[in-house]
Write a protein that binds this ligand. Structure first.
Ligand code: PEP
Ligand code: CO
Length: 458
């Protein structure tokens, strides 16, 4: 294998990268960003990798969620707080019902760039370059807005930094205290889901009182009043990721300090492509999206490039086939991974294979199909003797109407009421929490099963 360096990716074909007209300006911007402080510390990514290694062993579950695309327009403290709350609520449900620790990773504080299915977009007879994410160009349907503007990277960096700052404050400063679970509740969640959540709140309250009587409380036990919350995004915009990659002074290794975890999208995972080349050289935990066109031999090749040491926690495979395609594609991949003895997390993204266009033209995802994909994936892992260790969802803490169905029974007609996403439709907090309840039984079945397999094997 050829030697890796920070810009060796430039020697390989790169898909989905924007073309900047003003290259000088891009170099000026990247030069400045290279000198900015890292957003995360390499030691944090290492801790995440350790926790992910627990997931590989079936001793924990990975929950990854957040916006499809963060935007400058939706940037405000309430949105950050509510997404954070919704992820905590989901993880509480999963921890409680499946009796497993949940590793929490947000698609947040840097999830801006998007690969698009078409390079152009047509509206009322006019054709313009597609919107590529707020750190590249603007969403307005005008020629000017769609020109890639390198200076947008400054704003994206600054938004990521302050988002992360607030998340760190929430995680460590008392907001995540287990005694506050009732405050994590979001107003618009439907009655039935709220009722089930209340039951968990009550049980936690009882457990805390019991522990308090035994002398363990949030004051003397950090773990009861703080959470570890990690950030992630797709490593798509390589010039930016390169600028954020630094040598960790404690180990001499390269870490992409733009997030704890980065993933490679389904459209940019060519084994001889620039995105794989860049990611193989950084030490962060990595995700790899696995869609219908991924063949088993190609998957093995990718695993060997990205994780040559077969280090547990380094690689998360995120399957996204569509509810009705899981059976066709997933078993072969699982079998190959098992046969090769590769230590990976299998996470399920039930969003990206289930996008449809509503009659109005808006993109949506029927909640039932999201749920069906999760059930199919868990079922297949169970019958293959493999552990379904994670869930990867596009969601928000806001009361948006972007995915149809769920207990709120959002109809196609209602989609336009609060359709705010800058790219793909997200589950709202009510749907996300409902999903957490519906799949916690699946995890329970699956994790008990995998524990039995692990025990039988050891
Ligand atoms: C995404 O996660 O937003 C995305 C583009 O996914 P995929 O690469 O799986 O299509
Ligand atoms: Co998306």
């Amino acid at each position: 294998m050829k030697k890796w360096n920070l810009n060796s990716w430039k020697n390989y074909p790169a898909k989905h990268l924007p073309k900047y007209d003003d290259v000088k300006e891009l170099d000026m911007v990247l030069g400045k960003i290279k000198k900015y402080p890292p957003l995360v510390f390499a030691g944090e990514s290492r801790s995440l990798k350790k926790s992910l290694a627990e997931v590989v062993e079936g001793k924990a579950f990975l929950l990854q969620g957040g916006d499809c695309a963060e935007s400058f327009a939706e940037f405000n403290p309430d949105n950050i707080r509510d997404t954070f709350k919704a992820i905590l609520q989901m993880s509480l449900v999963l921890t409680h019902s499946a009796s497993l620790p949940v590793v929490k990773v947000g698609r947040i504080a840097g999830q801006f760039s998007k690969p698009r299915s078409s390079p152009t977009e047509k509206k009322d007879g006019k054709e313009l370059p597609s919107y590529l994410g707020d750190n590249i160009n603007g969403m307005d349907f005008t020629e000017k807005a769609r020109i890639p503007d390198a200076k947008r990277l400054f704003r994206a960096y600054s938004q990521s930094a302050s988002t992360l700052n607030l998340i760190r404050a929430f995680s460590q400063g008392g907001f995540a205290d287990l005694r506050q679970v009732h405050l994590w509740n979001l107003g618009f969640i439907n009655k039935k889901t709220k009722g089930k959540y209340k039951e968990i709140e009550d049980k936690i309250s009882d457990a805390l009182s019991f522990m308090e009587a035994c002398g363990i409380n949030p004051e003397n036990n950090r773990r009861l009043r703080t959470v570890n919350f990690y950030t992630s995004h797709e490593a798509l915009l390589l010039p930016f990721e390169e600028a954020m990659t630094r040598i960790d002074s404690t180990t001499g290794e390269y870490h992409d300090t733009s997030a704890h975890f980065v993933w490679i999208g389904d459209r940019t995972r060519q084994p001889d492509g620039a995105h794989i080349e860049f990611c193989r050289g950084i030490k962060n935990p990595l995700g790899l999206k696995c869609g219908p066109t991924l063949k088993p031999d190609e998957l093995i090749k990718l695993c060997n490039i990205l994780n040559p040491e077969n280090e547990p926690g380094r690689l998360t495979l995120i399957s996204r086939f569509g509810a009705n395609n899981v059976e066709k594609y997933l078993p072969k991949l699982i079998k190959t991974i098992k046969k090769e003895g590769l230590k990976v997390i299998w996470s399920c993204d039930p969003m990206h294979g289930n996008t449809i266009k509503a009659a109005s033209g808006l993109k949506t995802r029927p909640f039932d199909n999201v749920l069906k994909e999760v059930k199919n994936v868990f079922g297949i892992h169970q019958s293959e003797g493999s552990y379904a260790g994670g869930l990867h969802v596009e969601m928000t803490g806001q009361d948006v109407t972007e995915c149809t169905g769920g207990a709120q029974k959002i109809s196609e007609k209602e989609l336009s009421n609060r359709y705010r996403t800058h790219c793909d439709p997200r589950l709202n907090a009510s749907q996300a929490l409902e999903l957490a309840f519906l799949i916690s039984d699946e995890i329970k079945k699956n994790s008990t099963y995998s524990k039995n397999i692990i025990q039988a094997a050891s």
